[in-house]
Ligand binder design. Structure first.
Ligand code: BG6
Length: 615
């Protein structure tokens, strides 16, 4: 997934584009580039690595930049062609008059490339994107009209694209097109913007036009025209973005990840706010359009998600089945897309996504909608493409999450699932009121209990220092905390690159136990009073018998544990059913401090992006 921004207007073009790319850096950060129209030329600057390198490159060439009037910029997450200057965007046609930036994947690029090479085009990069530059240039040669050239070209493209094109002979004109990758217009006064996402433009304008699939935008400083792929003008609604630009600050923390971990108590209060007023009153989910009639018809729930959101979905399954008795399937979006699913009009499909832009989940949700399922979306971006597909919506309100490794959005997803499970149980009257009131009571206590975990992280830091040199790690748990073990392992993988795996504790003896020796730490999550505490403890004894290093994450105050485990990470007690919302916090911190001690780039880990808008 990459980030794109284009601008035509009176402001300092270079600053507007660099500023926009900074706000889009969560979408990828392995290389970046800009093309500006200056002095009747198109000037291109590209660099490898973080955006700061492009800023320095432009600073160093400031003297050559006179008075640019328009430009396009790109920040990359490589799909085709490794990160390098030649593969960085913008890409040009053979003569260099036309420049292109692209987010997405062109699936038929090899075939197109061959045709264009036979036409004499000279390719420089290994990217799929470069074919677009040569294709549009070839069409432009015939039409002498950039809009027409882009229109004719996109009809030949298969795959996903959000693309912006400029041509030397079409002054201050940017033509954009989208299919299966997000793109929007920022409408200004004497200026206009085109970008992958709202953070890139909100500082300048709140007037936004969201492009739909197969739409083409012709942007100049004075005008924006939107057409379909056949050139018919499309009347588009200008929407006003309902929030203020937020200055993304670490608030004194060393990394956004640590700040976002420490924001979780308030994030939980935020999620509960407006939904859980009083433990004796039913849960209110204003944007959930599930009434008794729909529920009665429901015979199945399918939850679809990727990455960390998939782990939240596993907790959601456990809660909804436990509270309402409705059977729930959980599936990775990338698997759901390519199998014959049993989704139909009596299915509730829940899509979970922090960004609301993950391509796999969007494609899966579109398929579910084609099968007339009721679609509920749980997302942190109510303005996202996924939210626009929703019949029902649960916004997370967790605030912008900058760090690529999801933390506060995960906790917000968990709390949203607690609220949804209670909501369904209340509609179905499937549980004792007293039980539900107790759960609500415990939910309201959670932020304070998490604050006490965050107040003293010294034991977690010592544990991180003790285990940061290990190359492998195993996390085990049973029941509702299996998802926590998987999430804890994912956090460690994402930011420290240590080979960490989560297993159902009962599965250890059926294979993974073969890997155990003094080089393999085993972290187990065990909540006393839960139905599985003793079982997990005996799984730990089995691991200890193989000399594995043992870490316990528990609310048990039993001192005997200190004789069994190398380290015991203690948390305040909550009923096991609620424990995933607090056990995830020490595991986020453990991963953070291990990565920090290893000197890793915690907020922008290698090879990752905040959400992936390509399949
Ligand atoms: C990955 C992110 O790209 O996408 C993960 O690095 C995230 O942190 C996953 O969990 C799914 O993203 P989303 O936005 O759909 O929840």
């Amino acid at each position: 997934m990459c980030g794109i921004i284009g601008y035509a207007g009176y402001r300092d073009v270079v600053s507007v584009i660099l500023n926009g790319l900074t706000k889009l850096e969560y979408r990828g950060y392995d290389s970046a580039g800009i093309a500006i129209r200056d002095d009747n030329q198109i000037k291109i600057y590209k660099t490898l690595g973080k955006l700061i390198n492009l800023k320095n490159e432009l600073e160093a060439n400031r003297a050559d930049i006179k008075n640019p009037t328009s430009g396009i910029g790109h920040i990359r997450w490589a799909t085709h062609g490794s990160p390098s200057i030649v593969n960085a965007h913008p890409h040009t046609c053979t003569c260099g008059s036309l420049v292109v930036v692209h987010n997405g994947i062109i699936e038929n690029y090899k075939q197109l490339r061959e045709v264009l090479i036979n036409k004499g085009c000279k390719f420089k990069s290994q990217t799929d994107t470069e074919v677009i530059a040569h294709l549009v240039a070839d069409e432009y040669g015939q039409t002498k009209d950039l809009e027409k050239a882009v229109r004719n070209s996109v009809k030949k493209l298969q795959g996903a694209y959000a693309v912006c094109v400029m041509h030397k002979k079409a002054p201050d004109l940017i033509v954009g097109a989208r299919k299966h990758a997000p793109m929007l217009i920022g409408v200004g006064d004497g200026e206009n913007f085109i970008a992958s996402d709202t953070p890139a433009i909100i500082e300048y304008t709140k007037k936004t036009i969201y492009l739909e699939d197969n739409e083409i935008a012709v942007v100049t400083k004075d005008k924006v025209k939107i057409t379909d792929v056949d050139g018919n003008e499309v009347n588009k609604k200008v929407e006003i973005l309902p929030w203020e630009p937020v200055a993304l600050s670490k608030l004194g923390y060393k990394h956004f990840m640590l700040k976002e971990i420490h924001e979780q108590p308030d994030v939980i209060r935020n999620v509960l706010n407006g939904k859980l007023y009083d433990i004796e009153q039913p849960i209110i989910l204003g944007e959930v359009k599930l009434n008794n009639d729909i529920l009665k018809k429901l015979n199945k729930i399918q939850i679809i998600a990727c990455g960390t959101s998939l782990h939240a979905a596993l907790v959601g399954k456990y809660l909804i089945e436990d509270f309402s008795g409705i059977s729930v399937e959980v599936e990775a979006s990338s698997e759901y897309i390519y199998r014959k699913s049993t989704t139909d009009s009596s299915t509730l499909v829940i899509g979970v996504s922090q960004s609301g832009e993950t391509a796999d989940t969007i494609t899966a949700i579109k398929q579910a909608k084609e099968k007339n399922a009721h679609v509920l979306i749980i997302t942190n971006r109510p303005d996202s493409n996924m939210a626009r597909l929703a019949d029902s919506l649960i916004p997370l309100n967790a605030g912008i999450e900058v760090s690529v490794a999801a933390t506060k959005s995960y906790t917000a997803q968990l709390i949203s699932f607690y609220l949804l499970a209670i909501y369904l149980a209340e509609i179905k009257n499937s549980l004792e009121q007293s039980y539900l009131q107790n759960i609500k009571h415990e939910l309201v206590q959670l932020p304070a209990k998490i604050e006490s975990v965050l107040a003293d992280t010294s034991v977690i830091q010592a544990c991180a220092r003790k285990f940061s040199s290990f190359k492998n790690f195993i996390y085990i748990a049973r029941g509702i905390n299996l998802a926590t073990a998987l999430e804890g392992a994912l956090k460690l993988k994402e930011i420290s690159y240590i080979n960490a795996t989560g297993y159902a504790a009962g599965e250890l003896k059926h294979g993974p136990i073969a890997m155990l020796d003094e080089t393999m730490p085993v972290l187990s999550i065990m909540i006393p009073g839960g139905i599985t505490y003793e079982k997990v403890l005996s799984n730990c004894e089995e691991a200890k018998a193989r000399n594995a290093k043992l870490i316990a994450l528990t609310s048990s105050t039993d001192e005997k544990l200190d004789n069994i485990f190398d380290v015991v990470l203690r948390i305040p007690h909550v009923p096991e059913i609620l424990s995933p919302a607090i056990t995830c916090v020490p595991l986020q911190l453990l991963a953070y401090y291990i990565a920090e001690f290893l000197g890793k780039d915690v907020d922008q880990p290698r090879n990752l992006a905040k959400s992936v808008t390509v399949e």
